[in-house]
Design a protein around this ligand. Structure first.
Ligand code: ADP
Ligand code: MG
Ligand code: MG
Length: 206
């Protein structure tokens, strides 16, 4: 399946822009009220830096990661930056998305986030959306599902993961300064990760 990676990145940027205030408000509750601003700044730069006619998905993702690393401050910049750079390696030289590659890319992205941020599941971070999404995605793919079906399962699991973040206390990132007082609030990074997956799913469905 041929895909236009620039268009997909642009749609992720549009989604983040549309949810900029929402993400920032979530971060106001348990952080420093900048997650939407950070991500919007990052993706505004991404759509400027990634060539519109880029056919190589890996090259576009690498550019995305590098741009996020250099333009987004805070925790989320290096973490998302690393995630896209790791996913880029899987898609190097590729112009289409297979379920197997998507699975490998998600796995690599998560490993990169964990290497960089030292968080595990259950610490109220973006990993609480991404790790269940990966589990659901691979279960579907391993059972022979197509990309759309697997992405639907991944998005449902990510959304459940966001709900789960409301029930736990943060032990990583700024929200951890609040300790138990972070319970009851939804994690901004898990929310932006879910919005990202949903946009990719909708884009690939075309
Ligand atoms: P900052 O907290 O530096 O202001 P952002 O507000 O942009 O950065 O991003 C906050 C989000 O980053 C959190 O909601 C959480 O999901 C994620 N995050 C923070 N620390 C980590 C970590 N160590 N591992 C994974 N995700 C993290
Ligand atoms: Mg913040
Ligand atoms: Mg900040």
């Amino acid at each position: 399946m041929a895909t236009r990676v620039y268009q997909c990145l642009k749609e992720i940027g549009d989604k983040i822009m549309a949810n900029k205030d929402f993400l920032t408000d979530l971060d106001r509750e348990i952080g420093d009220a900048d997650h939407g601003v950070n991500m919007a700044r990052g993706f505004a730069a991404v759509v400027e830096k990634v060539p519109e006619d880029e056919g190589d998905i890996g090259a576009a993702l690498k550019k995305t990661g590098m741009t996020l690393l250099s333009t987004v401050g805070g925790a989320s910049g290096p973490l998302y930056g690393t995630a896209y750079m790791e996913a880029a390696k899987v898609f190097a030289g590729k112009t289409a998305v297979s379920p197997e590659d998507f699975k490998a890319a998600l796995e690599a992205a998560i490993a990169g986030i964990q290497k960089r941020g030292k968080a595990v599941k259950g610490e109220k971070t973006m990993l609480d959306a991404l790790m269940p999404a990966y589990d659901a995605f691979s279960e579907k793919v391993d059972a022979g599902a197509d990309l759309n079906e697997a992405l639907d399962a991944a998005c449902a699991a990510a959304a459940e993961g966001v709900e789960y973040t409301k029930t736990i206390a943060a032990t990583k990132g700024r929200a951890s300064y609040l300790g138990q007082r972070s319970v009851g609030h939804q994690d901004p990074g898990a929310t932006s990760a879910t919005l990202t997956l949903e946009t990719i799913r909708d884009f690939l469905k075309g």
